[in-house]
Design a protein around this ligand. Structure first.
Ligand SMILES: *Cc1c(COP(=O)(O)O)cnc(C)c1O
Length: 454
């Protein structure tokens, strides 16, 4: 059956807010979603997977509403994107005004204020008080690629160091930088050259202090690459897809210190961890680490495609005129959305909200860990928390249990995401517009999921 314009039941922007509740009126997925899945199968490439196959017609606060009338609690934010909430008023209003004014000129042809305003805001918000400039793009992978381009021109060197469990995107260069084979790289090579991988600090698995783990990584870099060949070190200050791996304290500062001493550009990939998510504006702020370049995307524009490289003005300006850009980079609608999202973050103190959400989640997850020894570790900061599932008392990954709990949560109307090199990590990334009551209910469901699959 063909189903078109199913989304007409979505409430208009500025219309009545969605009831903030979990409400299941059919099985998940319901009949309407099942019909649409057939249509997806017919028209959408199989390579584009789906975590939870309900078709969404509206979303806001902490819920997603599907075509069958089910209201699901969102603990994923579309992978850390709708940090300010879905269809957040500040985003909708600014985008609507921009939409009515003009939709595109290409900033490289004729410029407009929104682009410059976003760059000015990023200069203010990113770590460090040095002179900064930015360039805007449309996807995170594109921002990472451009950070590498900038670092190479600025240093005159080729090599790029990344880490175990890293995720930096799906383009050719960023596939080379991403660690995990399936599903991101398998069969897609050959990959870009001059990308080297160093061991990450992963306290749960290596037991090393931050200083020890940094020494181990730096030794690999010095012996296998050589500082004089190295343009940049690219690191997620808390890893995203790789399992929300939070390096031991001292790891990032030691790495930053080494980069500074060796004129190597330190690139913080804050695409998942940035913009309030971790309870700071940026995850690097936690230890006062000041990277030379920062990549942002995901949470920056409330769901519209926008990404940025922000960094030291002299590095950013090393590139020849015309060397950075793209047709859609810094699209006016996406810039309006970013300005709206940043305004929401500031006026609603979403840094503080992320900390409160983190406290609530940590308390729930630690209680769960006490009850279920399969939870080897609770980790993360702010609204970026995870649990890693392993055979009790070991670090032997248990992806089967993770999948079972995940399936339970989905069937009960809670959108949860997994991640990790072994697929054994549950990650929790709720929108910061979610209520405490919904969060508590969602974690009741997660707890039931652990009991039901014990
Ligand atoms: C998602 C992500 C990317 C890639 O962003 P896309 O917009 O999907 O290209 C890069 N780095 C990190 C840390 C990410 O989480």
């Amino acid at each position: 059956m063909t189903t078109t314009s199913a989304s007409t039941t979505s409430p208009a922007a500025g219309g009545p807010a969605l009831p903030q509740e979990r409400r299941l009126v059919t099985a998940i997925p319901g009949p309407g979603s099942l019909e649409r899945l057939e249509r997806k199968r017919a028209h959408v490439a199989d390579g584009v997977g789906t975590t939870l196959p309900v078709f969404v017609v509206a979303a806001g606060g902490g819920v997603l509403l599907d075509v069958d009338g089910n209201s699901l609690i969102d603990l994923g934010s579309g992978i850390a994107v709708t940090t300010v909430g879905n269809a957040a008023p500040g985003v909708v209003d600014r985008v609507a005004a921009q939409l009515a004014a003009f939709t595109h000129t290409c900033f490289m042809v004729t410029p407009y204020d929104g682009y410059v305003d976003v760059c000015a805001a990023l200069a203010e918000l990113t770590p460090g008080d040095h002179a900064k400039k930015s360039a805007l793009f449309s996807s995170g992978a594109e921002a990472v690629e451009n950070a590498v381009k900038i670092a190479r021109v600025a240093t005159g060197r080729d090599a790029v160091v990344v880490f175990d469990h890293a995720y930096h995107g799906r383009t050719n260069l960023t596939m080379a930088m991403t660690a995990k084979n399936m599903p991101y790289k398998n069969g897609f090579g050959p990959f870009a050259g001059e990308v080297y991988r160093a061991p990450m600090s992963y306290p749960f698995r290596d037991g090393l202090s931050g200083e020890e783990a940094a020494r181990r990584a730096i030794d690999v870099v010095e012996k296998q690459v050589g500082a004089t060949n190295l343009a940049c070190v690219v690191i997620e200050p808390i890893q995203g897809e790789g399992g929300f791996v939070e390096p031991a304290p001292g790891f990032l500062p030691a790495l930053a210190e080494w980069c500074r001493a060796n004129d190597v550009v330190l690139v913080a990939d804050e695409i998942q961890s940035g913009l309030c998510r971790t309870g700071d504006w940026f995850a690097c702020d936690h230890e006062g680490v000041v990277p030379d370049l920062v990549t942002t995307a995901k949470g920056i524009a409330g769901g519209l495609p926008l990404a940025a490289v922000t960094g030291r003005a002299e590095l950013m300006d090393a590139v020849h005129v015309g060397g950075l850009g793209g047709t859609y980079g810094g699209n006016p609608l996406a810039c309006a959305a970013a300005l709206g999202a940043i305004e929401e973050m500031r006026t609603h103190d979403l840094v503080g909200r992320a900390r409160a959400v983190g406290d609530l989640m940590r308390a729930r997850l630690e209680a769960l860990q006490a009850e279920h020894p399969v939870i080897g570790e609770v980790r993360g900061r702010g609204a970026m928390m995870a649990i890693e599932l392993c055979a009790p008392g070991t670090t032997e990954p248990d992806p089967v249990r993770a999948a079972a709990v995940s399936a339970y949560c989905h069937a009960q109307g809670v959108v949860t995401l997994t991640c990790g090199t072994w697929g054994n990590v549950f990650r929790f990334l709720p929108p910061l517009a979610i209520s405490d009551a919904l969060l508590e209910e969602a974690f009741d469901v997660v707890a039931d999921g652990f009991r039901a699959t014990a």
